[in-house]
Write a protein that binds this ligand. Structure first.
Ligand SMILES: [Fe+2]
Ligand SMILES: [Fe+2]
Length: 176
């Protein structure tokens, strides 16, 4: 009984703490993008534990799809509509980092998990992505500046959600 109680209480407490720190809740667009960040970070950590080549290939494919969809969402909708709200330099640098990440993904996609440097490239991509994500979320970063702006980020969240579903279908690799 005691265990069940602590389980039901814990989420409410941590949510309260989060709200107190940020001052107000995250709008839907930021919530969706942060959720993508946590998912892909988790998958990069999971990758480190894998031994089998087939498992590695499958997980990398999931990571690559998630990153392609996420960067497209940010570029098409979030970054594009935050021009004017968020410092130009910051959006430009984020775009350059997306381009670099996409090149790394393409390089890894051209390899097999057994290849020399495959694991190393996935690891470096993970570190690169974690760094980018940290900059997006840090105080004064793109998300923080966007939250202070005029755009309706709850409404944008709805559009990100439906575009994400669409891209998950069209960007998924076609296996022959
Ligand atoms: Fe980004
Ligand atoms: Fe992001």
């Amino acid at each position: 009984m005691a265990r069940a109680q602590s389980h039901t209480r814990a989420p409410a407490k941590s949510k309260q703490r989060r709200m107190r720190r940020s001052g107000r809740r995250d709008p839907a667009a930021v919530t969706l993008l942060k959720k993508d960040h946590r998912q892909v970070e988790e998958w990069f950590d999971e990758y480190e534990q894998l031994e089998g080549e087939e498992e590695k290939r499958e997980l990398f494919e999931k990571i690559a799809l998630a990153l392609k969809v996420h960067t497209a969402l940010e570029e098409e909708i979030f970054y594009a509509e935050e021009r004017g709200e968020v410092e130009d330099d910051m959006l430009d640098e984020a775009q350059v980092e997306h381009d670099a990440a996409k090149k790394m993904i393409a390089e890894i996609e051209a390899m097999k998990p057994g290849d020399e440097l495959f694991d190393a490239k996935v690891k470096v991509l993970g570190e690169y992505v974690k760094h980018h994500v940290k900059e997006e979320e840090q105080p004064g970063g793109i998300f923080a500046q966007a939250k202070k702006g005029e755009e309706d980020l709850d409404e944008m969240g709805e559009r990100l959600k439906s575009r994400k579903e669409e891209l998950m279908g069209t960007m998924a690799p076609q296996h022959h």
